[in-house]
Design a protein around this ligand. Structure first.
Ligand code: GUN
Length: 289
């Protein structure tokens, strides 16, 4: 029997999202505007923001980008956010993470008006997620993962989902969102004993740890769905992996793992493609409220 592995492509799904969101925006009386604040000039952050701007251009949303110096003090950041909170031409505000270490992330995030919190990271939205509320703005990566699973009709209810990684931006919100959808969720991290045993237990394995090709054939078994959230810059140069001037690999060793499991999301072109799309889905949800 020849076993074929399904590739969970984010690109085609992103393209259909572009069409759907552009159509919606054409019918609106206002142009949706996302204000992105970058503090410092981390190359990765600059690249991610560039991708957001490009997506905004494609769908007809406006994306403004303010770069603040990395030595800026809290009051400077807070003042800018308050100004954007009060600006009725701005519907979504995003502070690109990570922040320089002298800044207090929680205070900064919670200065964003929850009604404009397109990232779903303010306490208001975190609490909604925690309580499985009805007014949820899910962090974009988690929403992108759910969109990919939904698109390929991968059922999560009752399934064993193992999430490797417990970041505030990805691991934790994804785990809770899946729990809210009645999955049985296990969260693994660097302190987990017998990680390979845990990951092999999964029906759906989601990896978000930021370690290139960490999950190899020893961590998986046949029949699994593997979602690779990693975006790791590599010196390996493969034409297919060129994005701008950089190449990326996931947290999963695609070559090895794709020979074993039933479905896998590629890097690039999997979750990453959906993350930006989901951010703008959040923006449109806010605008339409
Ligand atoms: N840095 C990397 N991903 C993200 C994201 O989804 N939101 C924010 N605010 N910063 C990020």
């Amino acid at each position: 029997m020849v076993m074929t592995t399904q590739i969970l492509e984010g690109i085609s799904l992103r393209n259909s999202t572009i069409e759907r969101l552009s159509t919606k925006i054409k019918l609106l009386s206002v142009q949706p505007t996302l204000a992105v604040i970058q503090i410092g000039n981390l190359a990765d952050s600059t690249a991610f923001i560039k991708a957001k701007k490009a997506f905004g251009d494609k769908i007809g949303a406006r994306v403004t980008h303010t770069i603040l110096p990395d030595k800026i003090k809290m009051d400077g950041v807070v003042a800018l956010i308050k100004k954007l909170n009060a600006d009725s031409s701005v519907q979504g505000i995003l502070v690109q993470l990570p922040l320089p270490s002298h800044l207090d992330k929680h205070t900064i995030i919670d200065t964003i008006d929850p009604k404009k919190d397109v990232d779903g990271l303010t306490s208001t939205h975190t609490q909604e997620l925690w309580e499985d509320g009805s007014d949820i703005i899910l962090p974009a990566t988690a929403r992108g993962i759910l969109a990919l699973l939904d698109h390929y009709n991968i059922q999560v209810e009752g399934k064993k989902v193992v999430v490797v990684g417990r970041s505030t931006l990805v691991g934790k919100p994804t785990a809770i969102a899946l729990l809210n959808r009645n999955a049985t969720v296990i969260i693994c991290h660097r302190g987990t004993e017998n990680l390979k045993e845990e990951t092999r237990r999964a029906d759906i394995l989601i990896v978000a740890i930021g370690k290139a090709k960490f999950i190899n054939k020893d961590f998986v078994r046949s029949g699994q769905v593997v979602i690779d959230v990693g975006i790791n810059i590599t010196s390996e140069s493969k034409p297919r992996q060129e994005v701008g001037k950089k190449s990326f690999v996931g947290d999963v060793d695609f070559e090895e793992v794709s020979k074993i499991v039933s479905a896998i999301s590629p890097v690039p072109g999997g979750v990453g493609a959906m993350t930006v799309a989901s951010l703008f889905e959040n923006l449109l949800d806010i605008v339409e409220k």
